[in-house]
Design a protein around this ligand. Structure first.
Ligand code: PNS
Length: 165
C-alpha cells in the first residue's frame, strides 16, 4: 500500500490545499493529511485540534484520506509508514526555494523519505491561508477560497465569535 503524506499548517485549509489532497488521493492508495506546526508562523487563527476537526469534515467524502496532527518533525512522523511519500503543492515563484529546502532537510533526517510536488491549479496559484485570514478579517465572502464546510466557521473566528455549526 503506497501512502502519501500531505503536510501543512492548514490555518485554515484552502480550496488550493483541497485540490492537492484530492489529486493525491487519485494517485496513492492512502493519504494522510497531516497538521503540523510551522515554527515561522506565529499567532495561528485556529488551534491544531480545530484544524484537524475542520479538515476531517472537509475530506469525509474521500474514502482513502485520513487526518492526523503531530507535534514534532515531519521526517520523524513519516517513520510510522513504509516508504511514504510527502506530497505538497507548488504555487508560482516563491514556494520553490522554501519547499526545496524543507525536502532536502527531511531527506537528510530520514533518507528513505521522498518528496513530490504537484503544481497548483492555475485557479489557486495565488491563494494562501494568510490571504484567507486577511479576507476573513474584513468579513469578505470566502466561498471562492475555502471549502464550503468551513466558510462560516472561518468568518466567525475572524469576528472573534464562537461557531456552533
Ligand atoms: O503549510 P505550511 O506552513 O507551508 O507547511 C509547513 C510545514 C508545517 C509542513 C513545516 O513547517 C513542517 O514540516 N513543520 C513540522 C516541523 C518540521 O518537520 N520542521 C522541519 C522542516 S525543514
Amino acid at each position: 500500500m503506497k501512502t502519501a503524506i500531505c503536510p501543512g499548517s492548514f490555518d485554515p485549509m484552502t480550496l488550493g490545499h483541497l485540490n492537492i489532497v484530492r489529486r493525491t488521493s487519485r494517485i496513492f492508495d492512502r493519504v494522510v493529511v497531516l497538521v503540523l506546526v510551522n515554527a515561522n508562523k506565529r499567532s495561528p487563527m485556529f488551534t491544531i485540534d480545530e484544524r484537524v476537526d475542520m479538515i476531517k469534515r472537509i475530506v469525509a467524502p474521500f474514502e482513502n484520506v485520513e487526518v492526523a496532527s503531530y507535534d514534532g518533525l515531519l521526517a520523524e512522523f513519516a517513520r510510522r509508514f513504509e516508504r511514504p511519500v510527502i506530497v505538497k503543492g507548488l504555487r508560482a515563484g516563491t514556494d520553490f526555494e522554501n519547499e526545496f529546502q524543507m525536502s532536502q532537510i527531511n531527506k537528510t533526517i530520514n533518507p528513505e523519505l521522498e518528496t513530490m510536488f504537484l503544481t497548483s491549479s492555475v485557479k489557486y496559484t495565488f491563494l494562501s491561508s494568510s490571504v484567507v485570514r486577511e479576507l476573513a478579517s474584513y468579513g469578505s465572502d470566502l466561498s471562492e477560497f475555502v471549502p464550503r464546510e468551513i466558510v462560516d466557521e472561518v468568518l466567525a473566528k475572524a469576528r472573534g465569535g464562537s461557531y456552533n455549526g
